[in-house]
Design a protein around this ligand. Sequence first.
Ligand code: PGA
Length: 252
Amino acid sequence: MRKPFIAGNWKMHMTAETGAALIKELAPLVKDANCDVAFCVPAILIPAMTEAAKGTNIAIGAENVHWEKEGAYTGEISCDMLLEYGVKYAIVGHSERRQYFGETDLGVNKRAKAALAAGITPIVCVGETLAERLAGSTEAVIREQMEVGLAEIEDITKVVIAYEPVWAIGTGVVATNEQAEETIAFIRSEIGRIFCPKCAENVIIQYGGSMNAANCRGLMAQPDIDGGLIGGASLTKDFAEIVNYDKPRTNG
Ligand code: PGA
């Protein structure tokens, strides 16, 4: 009953030209997907990518969104600006935003609530650093990120959660199937504790961090993993292999 969801996160990659070319190339390859498919793209590419994805099953998302309707927030993007282009998703609290741009759990919470109020699905990222994992504090770190970042959210099933261990992002070191499943099962049980058991059953939780065409099948076979947030592998045709994780491979 949870529909899998595979989303690309282009980060600060692509141009209007290369992005549109990739979407045109991928559209026929992902058209029979049994999961929801999206690309979260740099804000300036949103108009061209929504145009390129028109008539396909590829939705376009943003990489962040601000909580205020408008105002003196240089460099930020509002929900209304995203809605003008039919944007359906916004990543919130990506570890790179936390690490390089000082984003906090409180800000994550404000962004997520604003997105929900506007009808945009926030993809809220949580995850531990290597030092935190080695110190045995993975669960404590994620519990704190969830308790603050998801506070006062009325319908948690409208949120997508992405578990992204920081040590796996962009490193080529993917979490093992067991590590990813164990932590995502913990996240689901926390949803049950903080919200309700039924919410826990229904909320979509993605894995992210060096997920690719070679390792996606093992990850997607785990009972609690409902999808992926894909960085590097969303910049090439490989993304179609991930979206089609439930079908025979086409390129060996
Ligand atoms: P990666 O990035 O797939 O390149 O590791 C994932 C992410 O940061 O969302």
